[in-house]
Design a protein around this ligand. Structure first.
Ligand code: DC
Length: 233
C-alpha cells in the first residue's frame, strides 16, 4: 500500500507520517531529508547556492543512503549519518535552492520511486508525493494549518533542537517556503484526488487516529464510494 502525505511546512506532516507508518507497520519515507542532505553537503563545501551547475554536480556525485523503517528515515551522505544535522535552520534556509532545481528533482523523484518499488508499502511524505512521485498511490493526504500555528510548531521544534531563533524569523522562512511548496501539491486539490485535513486545532494523536480511520475506509470502500476528510461518502 502506498500512502502519500503532502502539505505545507509546519502542518505536522513529518510527525504524522512517521506515526501513521508506525501504526500501519510500513516504512516511512521522509523525502525532505533527501533535499536537505544535498543542501547540507553544499554548506559543508561552501558552494554558492545560486550556482545551479555546482548544486547538480553535488547531487550527481554524492552517495545518498536512505534507510526507511516504520518509525524512522535515516539518511547518510557519503557514508556520514546526517539525519539530525539536516534539520538545522541553516540547512532549512538553503534547501529551497536544491528543491527548485529541476535536474535535482528529477534525480530524487527517480530515487523515491525506486525506494517505493523496493519497499512495496510505505508512507511517503513531501510536497510532490501524490502529484508527481506516486501518482497511483492508494491514499493521498494533504495536511494544512493556519500559518501562525505552523510557525509556533516550527519554533517549538527548533528550540527543542537547541536553536535560538525568533518567531518572526521562523514565520518569514515559512512564508517564503509556502510560495514554492504549494505549487507542488496544489494540483491534488484541483483534481480532488487528495483528502485534505486542516490540523490547526487538532492534537497530533487526533490527526493520526483520523488518518488511520480514513486509510481503513479507503481500503474497504470501492472506488466512487470513498469518504472525504469529514467522513461524507
Ligand atoms: O519537509 P521538509 O521541511 O524537510 O522539506 C525541506 C525542503 O525540501 C523544503 O524546501 C521543501 C523541499 N521538498 C520538496 O521540494 N519536495 C519534497 N518531496 C520534499 C521536500
Amino acid at each position: 500500500m502506498i500512502i502519500t502525505i503532502d502539505g505545507s511546512a509546519g502542518s505536522g506532516k513529518s510527525t504524522v507520517a512517521r506515526k501513521l507508518a508506525a501504526r500501519l507497520g510500513i516504512a516511512y519515507l521522509d523525502t525532505g531529508a533527501m533535499y536537505r542532505a544535498i543542501a547540507w553537503v553544499g554548506l559543508q563545501q561552501g558552494i554558492d547556492f545560486e550556482d545551479s551547475a555546482a548544486l547538480l554536480e553535488i547531487a550527481r556525485r554524492i552517495t545518498l543512503e536512505v534507510d526507511c523503517g516504520p518509525t524512522h528515515t535515516r539518511i547518510r551522505a557519503d557514508g556520514q549519518d546526517v539525519s539530525e544535522a539536516v534539520r538545522s535552520l541553516a540547512v532549512s534556509e538553503v534547501t529551497p535552492y536544491v528543491a527548485r532545481h529541476a535536474g535535482i528533482r528529477a534525480l530524487l523523484v527517480e530515487r523515491q520511486r525506486a525506494l517505493g518499488r523496493r519497499l512495496g508499502s510505505l508512507v511517503a511524505e513531501g510536497r510532490d508525493q501524490g502529484s508527481v512521485v506516486f501518482t497511483d498511490a492508494d491514499v493521498k493526504f494533504v495536511l494544512d494549518a493556519d500559518p501562525k500555528v505552523r510557525a509556533q510548531r516550527r519554533l517549538a521544534d527548533l528550540t527543542a533542537d537547541g536553536e535560538s531563533v525568533k518567531i518572526a524569523e521562523v514565520m518569514e522562512n515559512l512564508i517564503r517556503r509556502d510560495q514554492d511548496d504549494c505549487v507542488q501539491w496544489a494540483p491534488l486539490l484541483k483534481s480532488g484526488e487528495a483528502i485534505v485535513l486542516d490540523t490547526s486545532h487538532m492534537e497530533l494523536a487526533e490527526v493520526v487516529d483520523r488518518l488511520v480511520e480514513l486509510v481503513s475506509d479507503r481500503v474497504r470502500a470501492p472506488a466512487g464510494l470513498r469518504p472525504d476528510a469529514d467522513g461524507n461518502a
